[in-house]
Design a protein around this ligand. Structure first.
Ligand SMILES: Cc1cc2nc3c(=O)[nH]c(=O)nc-3n(C[C@H](O)[C@H](O)[C@H](O)COP(=O)(O)OP(=O)(O)OC[C@H]3O[C@@H](n4cnc5c(N)ncnc54)[C@H](O)[C@@H]3O)c2cc1C
Length: 426
């Protein structure tokens, strides 16, 4: 039996590893000229190395941590600098957060915990909670915050996690994600990074595979018949017994299936929304933020939204991570790097003198992942979510959008385990 794996992001790479361990023959295809997909560690030369895509690992993302361990990689920690919060020209740190913002944060968390008591995973099993599915996360947060500053803080925190404005996020999907956090001990968000950058991990996975992947092979059509699956790429055809498609939903939408996928699946793929998140990265001559006793991590109420020190190599790099409508506004500018530096200098006037060069990473129009990562829009969970992952004949589906850890690298790995189990349990 030969299984084709299309898409060599985290889900496809892990799927290939697991199938080869079972002794299965695989054929591996990827549209880009590199592995990793939305794991994209960029080396601009001169020590300027940073993650343009997935970057942070929470301390309970055990699949990612175990994978690193398997390759003898020790995750790095960001250092013990408190995050700066800037609101209406006033500053504090996350450790000394304004009491009104803290109270609102705790109020939202307590309400979410209470609502989670009647919820279970998978999310679509919560048919009794349809009123949550129809609600928007922003309305829930507005209801449970009392100060403007608290609303800004809680909104910023969860927008960063979801990668889009909370007007676009359904409450039930978000609460089912929150279920993961109920047993968390302390603050485990964004606890680690991949040592040396995600490229090193992808290269190590590739080196561990027996099968040579085929890059620059863009899948256009999938023809399934009782004897097997024909994969039609831009540059030729391949036959496999089964195929695992790990393409993001917005890329999957463009593939033609013969016979057509079920209407439920088609609707689930089209209704699965991708977040609008971009990164603006600036290289500086010196890590000026460290000279001031600050780690570079900030949340602000201005258009930059959020920054952190993202240096993977020797050059100091600060990244702004911007989500939602604001991301689209930045992309409409002629020179987001310079405009962003100007915004940064309004908070930190000294930064301009250290500036070297910068880059923007626009995932919204990426040809193979239009959008940063998936989120659950209002109404998605109960109407569509259960239709996105089950196999359809010889065609199987993986990728972060098919997982319970939706949106995360952890979810991509989770989906790899689930899709491989579909074969072992047959
Ligand atoms: C800006 C940004 C920040 C993020 N931050 C974090 C973070 O801090 N922590 C975290 O856990 N996650 C984060 N993520 C999300 C994380 O990167 C993804 O969830 C994960 O990498 C997705 O892996 P995947 O294998 O499911 O999909 P992908 O990595 O997208 O892999 C799918 C592959 O399919 C290929 N493909 C697409 N179309 C075709 C075609 N027609 N033919 C052949 N191949 C095709 C693509 O090129 C790609 O390589 C972030 C993502 C972005 C973009």
């Amino acid at each position: 039996m030969t299984i084709g794996v299309v898409g060599l992001g985290a889900a496809g790479l892990r799927t290939a590893m697991l199938l080869e361990k079972l002794g299965v023959d695989v054929k591996l295809f990827e549209a880009r000229g590199r592995p990793g997909g939305r794991l994209h560690c960029v080396d601009e030369g001169g020590g300027a190395i940073y993650e343009a895509g997935g970057e942070w690992i929470d301390s309970d993302h055990f699949r990612v941590l175990n994978l690193l361990k398997e390759f003898g990689m020790e995750p790095t920690t960001p250092g013990d600098w408190p995050r700066k919060l800037v609101y209406r020209g006033k500053e504090c740190t996350e450790a000394t957060i304004w009491s009104d913002a803290l109270e609102d944060d705790l109020r939202v968390e307590a309400a979410a915990r209470e609502m989670c008591r009647d919820l279970t995973n998978p999310p679509w099993s919560n048919t009794h909670a349809s009123e949550f599915d129809d609600r928007r996360l922003i309305d829930f947060i507005r209801e449970h915050t009392q100060s403007e500053r608290g609303l800004w803080w809680v909104n910023s925190k969860y927008r960063s996690d979801e990668g889009d404005d909370l007007e676009n996020i359904g409450l039930l999907g978000w609460l089912c994600g929150f279920l993961h956090y109920l047993d968390r001990d302390g603050d485990v968000m964004s606890a680690y990074r991949i040592p040396g950058g995600s490229r090193q991990l992808c290269e190590k996975i590739l080196a561990s595979l027996k099968t040579e992947p085929q890059f620059q092979r863009t899948l256009l059509r999938v023809q399934q018949d009782p004897g097997g699956v024909k994969l039609i790429f831009e540059d030729g055809e391949e036959w496999v017994d089964h195929v695992i498609l790990t393409l993001p939903p917005t890329a999957l939408e463009r593939v033609v299936f013969e016979p057509a996928l079920t209407p439920q699946r088609r609707c689930a793929i089209e209704a699965c929304r991708m977040s609008r998140a971009i990164k603006i990265c600036w290289e500086f001559k010196e890590p000026w933020w460290q000279n001031e006793g600050w780690g570079g991590s900030m949340m602000c109420d201005g258009p930059l939204q959020q920054t952190w020190d993202s240096s993977v190599g020797s050059a100091p790099i600060l990244t702004a991570y911007i989500c939602g409508d604001e991301a689209c506004r930045w992309l409409a500018l002629g020179d987001p790097v310079r405009a962003g530096l100007y915004e940064l200098s309004r908070i930190f006037p000294e930064c301009s003198q250290y500036f070297e060069r910068g880059w923007v990473h626009n995932w919204l129009t990426d040809p193979y992942s239009p959008g940063a990562f998936s989120h659950m829009a209002p109404g998605y969970v109960l109407e569509h979510m259960k239709h996105i992952s089950p196999p359809e004949g010889r065609i199987h589906f993986a990728g972060e959008h098919t997982a319970l850890w939706t949106g995360f690298i952890e979810g991509a790995l989770e989906s790899a385990e689930r899709v491989v189990e579909e074969f072992t349990k047959r």
